[in-house]
Design a protein around this ligand. Sequence first.
Ligand code: NAD
Length: 247
Amino acid sequence: MLKGKVAIVTGGTRGIGFAIVKKYLENGATVVLCGSKQETADKAVEKLKAEDSNYKVEGIAPNLTSYEEVKEAFKDVKDKYGSIDILVNNAGISARDSIYQYKAEDFNKIMDLNVNAVFNCCQVVSNIMKEQKGGVILNTSSMVSIYGQPAGCGYPASKFAVNGLTKSLARELGKDNIRVNAVAPGVINTDMVASLPDEVIKPLIATIPLRRVGEPEDIANAFLFLASDLASYITGVILSVDGATMS
Ligand code: NAD
């Protein structure tokens, strides 16, 4: 479904991002994954190559919160592979702090990666995509961008902002043949969820209409669809992939 396409996936070293990278590779894309450290990016590449040595995958670790570093890194990708057809802004951190103790510096940290870095990547890539007459930008939002959450307000606030960027850029970039969408995952079986004790996870699952947490592959499938030509007339959408979870 993505034969000949070049994709950048931020936060591609583990969890949801790693599943997206794998799905894109299985579907014929060349993928540059970004990690927070070169070492973890290299490890992720090694793991993928061990599965299939023909995968065209590379790992980089620019500081996504630095506009200049993102610009340089994306220019290198464009120079090396000829285009950037798909950008997935997936790197993100969450928070659980109560507002009564929330430190301003922690709030800023969330905004820096979850929002400012998304802006940096969108800004740089939209110039490249405009020049090449098209592309797809996808963002990882969250179900908390719809409901909020009862602690750690910085996290849902950042994902509301991601939705705002998604909808606004879809409107602004449509004329340049650039589609912009987001996927809003529910509770997904990444390291964080896998480590929760039974007494936490069981009641949680009982509230999910599909009666299970999502797998990273459930989310990667939505990212594959939205990146592909099957979604050629879809832009500005926040696609919930959450088993109909209600807050
Ligand atoms: P994870 O912690 O398993 O992976 C996060 C990724 O982001 C890693 O690849 C990591 O290298 C990267 N990252 C973290 N800090 C970084 C930094 N400072 N600079 C660059 N990269 C950095 O997380 P995940 O659960 O796979 O989450 C991925 C995305 O999905 C996030 O945007 C998260 O908000 C969103 N999400 C996750 C869930 C869930 O249940 N897991 C639900 C909804 C939304």
